[in-house]
Write a protein that binds this ligand. Structure first.
Ligand code: ATP
Ligand code: SF4
Ligand code: MG
Length: 354
């Protein structure tokens, strides 16, 4: 069976214009600059990378909330980027989004019941009575109570609001749920409950998740595969197990590094990431990571590496990924001390919540 989602060469460039009358284009923000990945049915692909690397823009392109500058998005075999309004309407029902801040996306004047029923009304699903029944079913599904339907968003906690956001996304029975940092704004113990819920719903409903996160502790629990973005482009894509155990791209290594190794002779082969991310207005030529890469060589400054398969299911965009020094897995397979602490906290909370 083909993948549920196939993204190929996807780009979003925002023109930068100058001059009040002539509005001459003087440059472009390359927010997303040619990304490709696939998502299988029932799978969770995590999209990770530093702030501003283009994760949310990718999400919005996939859902066609914004138009791409180049590339294609195929959903269940159909090219989303070429559909007309009618075709898009029926496809929208099958692709939903959960935002980081559900409060911002919930109308404060609608009761929770009406907010959850709204997408069904928009898509012409059922009548008032059947929608009310469905709202009750959804509230139960996400762990809320029947009377919550009559309440307003401000009466709920952050975790409960995210449950409402999830119920609203599930109301139209989608196949794909794009989750843009869905637990980033929540306390660790609440994060664990919401992550548990999302995993449970995935198993029960066969959902596919495109899961955007910057917290590797959360990603480690949620993801089947991980796609690492840097400055609008894909650096590495692989299974969670491979990527955590043997990251092949210097940027992935840097992201995952580094609990200082107890043996000093093993220290130092992973250099923590220094410097700032360059502006997407001035993407460095060649390998876009070369300005921060501890392994950069002359070739990296002029020739952009393609994302290529170096092992089954593992793709890397680096000229030298095969010849990089081996590093002790404790150095890169580990999480940063902060992330490791969070993960421990998170595990404990998760067990308690289960
Ligand atoms: N409408 C726009 N016009 C111009 N630039 C934009 C626009 N939207 C996003 N950008 C820029 O594109 C880049 C990618 O933004 P995006 O929101 O996709 O990043 P992100 O990975 O989701 O970051 P974060 O982790 O902070 O949410 C950023 O540099 C951002 O400033
Ligand atoms: S291509 Fe060169 S600069 Fe880019 S990640 Fe690989 S070694 Fe570093
Ligand atoms: Mg974002």
């Amino acid at each position: 069976m083909s993948a549920l989602l196939e993204v190929s060469g996807l780009a979003k460039h925002y023109p930068v214009k100058k001059g009040i009358i002539l509005q001459k284009q003087v440059g472009a923000v390359r927010a997303v600059d040619g990304v490709s990945f696939t998502l299988q049915r029932g799978e969770t692909l995590a999209l990770v990378g530093e702030s501003g690397c283009g994760k949310s823009t990718t999400a919005r392109l996939v859902l066609r909330l914004i138009e791409p500058s180049a590339g294609t998005v195929r959903f269940d075999g159909q090219d989303v980027t070429r559909l007309d309004d009618g075709g898009m309407r029926s496809l929208r029902r099958r692709m939903q989004i959960v935002f980081q801040d559900p409060y911002a996306s919930l109308n404060p004047r609608l009761t929770v019941g009406d907010a959850i029923a709204e997408p069904m009304a928009v898509h012409g699903i059922g009548n008032d009575a059947s929608r009310r029944a469905k709202v009750q079913e959804l509230l139960a599904l996400v762990g809320l109570r029947p009377f919550h339907a009559e309440r307003y968003p401000h009466e709920f906690s952050g975790g409960q609001r995210q449950r409402i956001g999830i119920a609203r996304a599930l109301a139209v029975e989608p196949d794909l749920v794009v989750c843009d940092e869905p637990v980033s704004a929540l306390d660790v113990s609440i994060q664990a409950q919401v992550v548990n819920l999302m995993k449970d719903l995935q198993a029960r409903l066969g959902l596919s998740y495109l899961f955007i996160a910057h917290d590797l502790a959360v990603v480690k629990h949620m993801a089947d595969r991980i796609a690492v973005m840097y400055l609008g482009a894909m650096m590495e894509v692989g299974t969670k197990a491979e990527l955590f155990a043997r990251p092949r791209h210097p940027y992935t290594r840097a992201l995952l590094s580094a609990i200082p190794h107890p043996d000093p002779s093993l220290r130092g082969s992973v250099t923590p990431l220094g410097g700032d991310v360059p502006s997407p207005l001035a993407v460095p030529p060649g390998c876009r990571f070369h300005t921060r890469c501890p392994f950069a060589q002359e070739r990296c400054r002029s020739e952009a590496p393609e994302l290529r398969e170096i092992a089954p299911g593992q793709q890397v965009a680096c000229h030298f990924s095969e010849s990089l020094p081996e590093v002790a897995s404790a150095q890169v397979g580990g999480l940063s001390a902060v992330a490791a602490r969070r993960l421990a906290l998170y595990d404990a909370a998760r067990r308690k919540a289960a």
